[in-house]
Each structure stands twice: as C-alpha cells, then as structure tokens.
Design a protein around this ligand. Structure first.
Ligand code: CO
Length: 215
C-alpha cells in the first residue's frame, strides 16, 4: 500500500523536474512564499493544490477547523516565522463549508479531548446565537463556518506578531476565505484587515506611556 505512495512521489518529482528543470535544486537554497495559509486539516482541502501553487510558494498551517488561539504556540510560531522571517504579504484564513469540526461544535454530543479545542467555536456560536434561531440545520452549519473564519481573521490580527509588523510599517493583509468542497471553489468573505485602525479597541496594542522625566 505505501509503496504506491512512494511510486507516486517519484513520478511527481520527475514530472515537476521535467517541466521546470533544476526546480528542486533551486528550491533547496531558499523558500520565498508570499502567502501564509491557515486552513483546516480536512483531507479534502489541500492548500497548495486548490490555489495552484508549487512547493515554495505557500507557507501552511493546518489544524482542525482552522482555529487561531492566542495560547497555541504551534500556530503562533508559524505566524511569527511567516511574518518576521519570510515577510509574507498575505495571511489567508481559509475555512470550508461542511467542516466536521464546526459541525461537532454545533452539537452537545461528547467527542472526547477535541471538545476542548472546539470550545472556541461554541463561544462564537454563543455570541451570535440569535442569528441561528430561524435557520435550518444546513444553513446553521454554513453560517457558523463563515463566522468562524471571520473570528479567526480577527484573532490573527490581535496577535502581537501581526500588530508589531504593522507598527514597523510592514505591509500585511489578513484575509478570510471559505472553500466549498462540492464545487472546489473559494469565496472571499470580505473580511480583509490591513492595519491596526481596523482592530477593535481593547485588542489594539500601543507603546507604553514614557515615564515622566524625574529631573
Ligand atoms: Co474542517
């Protein structure tokens, strides 16, 4: 079974090398992606493939339900490397309709450890509860998938990493997209944030007041 994967790998590498001679040798020297992708771990949403980018063109972080939490050092480390070192111009949070993680959060069933991870999404539901009342089950899931993306876009922007980058004058835009597995198409949710002035009050960082001169 695994031999098939290794055969596929050889054919894939040969194919790319045939189309772009020297591709892997050049790539081994450096990566210069302009985009960071934060997406769901779902096997049906393979980041590079659905936006047609080659190895080296997309820095990727994926987890269940594309959640960005300020205590997740895995995700924060990815964002820091992408912003501070690679100097990506765009961070794309891409959710997808029919997300199993979001669907699990919409129920009261126990799923084990993952319920702690998905709590974040229940909080989003709770904050917008009135919007869900009149919707059928499918529309409820669609709406929560969209609200989750919008929330995670904000969470990316609330990090010290992104705010410090803007303070340095670094151009950086954070986008919210959603992918539909049924047709393979991405939709921009129009939630792009490009600067500190678009961040809500309490989350915005400012330099501390200088101490009064003692002399
Ligand atoms: Co998902």
């Amino acid at each position: 079974m695994l031999d098939e994967l290794l055969d596929n790998n050889r054919a894939w590498a040969e194919g790319i090398e045939a189309r772009h001679p020297g591709f892997f040798r050049k790539l081994s020297r450096q990566q210069r992606p302009e985009h960071l992708w934060i997406g769901c771990a779902d096997s049906r949403v393979p980041a590079n493939e659905i936006v047609g980018l080659l190895p080296g063109e997309l820095f990727v972080h994926r987890n269940v339900a594309n959640i960005v939490t300020h205590t997740d050092f895995n995700c924060l480390s990815v964002i820091q490397y992408a912003v501070d070192v690679l100097k990506v111009r765009h961070i794309i949070v891409c959710g997808h309709y029919g997300c199993g993680g979001v669907a699990a959060a919409l129920t009261n069933h126990k799923h084990g450890l993952i319920d702690n991870w998905l709590r974040e999404i229940k909080d989003i539901y709770h904050r917008h509860e009135t919007r869900f009342r009149l919707l059928d089950e499918n529309r409820r899931l669609d709406l929560l998938c969209e609200l989750n993306v919008a929330e995670q876009v904000k969470n990316v922007c609330h990090t010290t990493i992104v705010q410090d980058a803007w303070d340095r004058g670094q151009a950086l835009a954070v986008h919210g997209w959603i992918y539909r597995i049924e047709d393979g198409l991405i939709r921009d949710l129009g939630k792009t944030i490009t600067g500190k002035d678009q961040i809500e009050g309490i989350y915005r960082t400012v330099d501390p007041q200088p101490l009064p001169d003692a002399s």
